[in-house]
Design a binder for this molecule. Structure first.
Ligand SMILES: [Zn+2]
Length: 88
């Protein structure tokens, strides 16, 4: 089994959609694609959790938009990610 073919490009594409996903603005198929991906991709899963929490915090302060700075940081994190698979 070669798990090394994880494509971070896909991660980045997904990132563009994450906030819409959390806002329930995406169709079911796209949502399922995201859910499937984060199950297999730990970095994306962690980022999704972080983004969720951030949005929750934003909602509490009645500001629903995610700071642009934040998503830029996430993108950077993905791009700088070492390519080693985390499977044991
Ligand atoms: Zn990913």
């Amino acid at each position: 089994m070669n798990k090394d073919e994880h494509d971070h490009k896909h991660c980045l594409e997904l990132f563009e959609k994450l906030s819409e996903y959390l806002d329930n603005e995406l169709d079911e198929v796209t949502c399922q694609g995201i859910e499937k991906h984060v199950k297999e991709c730990v970095p994306c899963f962690v980022c999704l959790q972080t983004l969720k929490r951030t949005i929750d915090l934003c909602k509490q302060t009645e500001n629903r938009s995610v700071p642009k700075d934040f998503s830029e940081k996430l993108k950077e994190a993905i791009q700088n990610m070492p390519k080693s698979p985390s499977a044991r």
